[in-house]
Design a protein around this ligand. Structure first.
Ligand code: ADP
Length: 208
């Protein structure tokens, strides 16, 4: 985050003199305590300074990168996931293509009659199936999908950064967010590269 020159000065003062009261910082800068209050609030919320009642402000010693890592470690899949779009394993490739267009998604999750995850369909899976001369209304998606147990999943309480790592490692665009049941995994969400991009942008917006 970009700090104002006054905020930089406050950090320097606290570094040298901390613990120091807000009153004393204000005096050193020739400002009133009230003028300084928003800056102190920002610096405390952003993690540069810490405040202890009756003791004052002190420098946390954390660098911008450390603070960013801390913020990343608070971001969970459930806060950023999207609604999953699922199709039954017996629908045709043709219907899956229609669903993909209508729902405006790049990945479909395939479930069995018990609503348990059995496969994944990407855009290229459907394109590949469309290259032959076969009638697409005749091919069920379970023939062409990537199937269990080869599906990379994530849980809603997982760290976003861990899910992002899976997307990179497996070179895929989306992960089903699942909950485990006795009969398999139930799909409760969808985590895509777009969700990660949104979270990335939000990281900067959070900084006041
Ligand atoms: P595309 O194939 O359109 O580039 P992906 O990169 O997401 O999209 O998919 C690449 C391959 O990986 C496809 O065959 C797809 O079925 C498979 N795939 C996609 N998501 C997953 C996942 N979560 N787990 C396992 N395989 C997946």
């Amino acid at each position: 985050m970009d700090l104002t020159s006054r905020q930089e000065k406050i950090i320097e003062i606290v570094k040298e003199n901390g613990p120091i009261t807000g009153e004393s910082i204000a005096e050193k800068l020739d400002l009133t305590r009230a003028t300084l209050r928003p800056d102190l609030a920002i610096l405390t919320m952003a993690g540069f300074l810490d405040a202890r009642p009756r003791v004052g402000y002190f420098f946390t010693g954390k660098t911008g990168t450390e603070l960013l890592t801390e913020a990343l470690k608070k971001m969970n899949v459930k806060e950023y996931q999207s609604i999953p779009i699922v199709v039954d394993e017996n629908v045709s490739v043709y219907d899956a293509i229609c669903t993909m267009f209508l729902e405006d998604v790049g990945t479909l999750f395939v479930v069995n009659q018990n609503s348990i995850l059995v496969g994944v369909l990407s855009r290229k899976d459907l394109l590949r199936a469309s290259m032959g001369k076969q009638d697409l209304t005749d091919i069920p998606v379970h023939i062409i999908m990537t199937r269990m147990p080869n599906i990379t999943i994530c849980m809603k309480d997982e760290l976003l950064i861990e899910a992002a790592q899976k997307l990179i490692d497996k070179q895929i665009d989306a992960l089903p967010v699942v909950i485990e049941t006795e009969i398999g995994f139930e799909v409760v969400g969808r985590l895509t590269k777009t969700n990660i991009t949104k979270a990335f942008v939000e990281l900067t917006r959070d900084q006041i």
